[in-house]
Design a protein around this ligand. Sequence first.
Ligand SMILES: [Fe+2]
Length: 202
Amino acid sequence: MAQTQTKSKSNSSTAKSSNGNSGRSKRSANGSAGSKENQSTMLEELFLEELRDIYWAEKHLLKALPKMEKAATSKELRQSFADHLRVTKEQVTRLEEAFEILDAKAQGKKCEAMDGLTKEAEGIIEATEQGTLTRDVGLIMAAQKVEHYEIATYGSLAQLAKTLGKNDLAQLMVQTLEEEKEADKLLTTIAENNINVEATEE
Ligand SMILES: [Fe+2]
């Protein structure tokens, strides 16, 4: 019974939020949605929250990447993890610059998604044999999931910064976005070049 009640409650809130857009525009047409300045402040707060999320995520990756490098079989993949660790350190510094621009303390907030994605990578290491290319195939998949999460985050943050009229912030986000796209492409190349084919022979 209690469960049914909770369910119907959440349904109604979903229905409300799916109507949220028209509701919002109605409110602004009536002039009761608050000033433009207030809306920017709310957006800026959202930006800051997301920044804290990705800051935690990147710092968490600094701990995960060496484990992935150590676990990888092929020299190529090990090298790509080592390179991405170096790039990730620079990205952390770039995020600290973004906090500075916003006059906010650089502080992370646990990113459940990145925590889950790195746990998946650990699971792959546990489930595969050391020294096999099958493990590399799994690690590439795990790493690409991480990259895609980051691409989504930095893409959205870049757009949000532009909306807020903060071009210096947008530039920082775009720079990292491009690096994540490069990392993703490199992983695809490594998988396609040899590893996937050779793993079928194991
Ligand atoms: Fe990153």
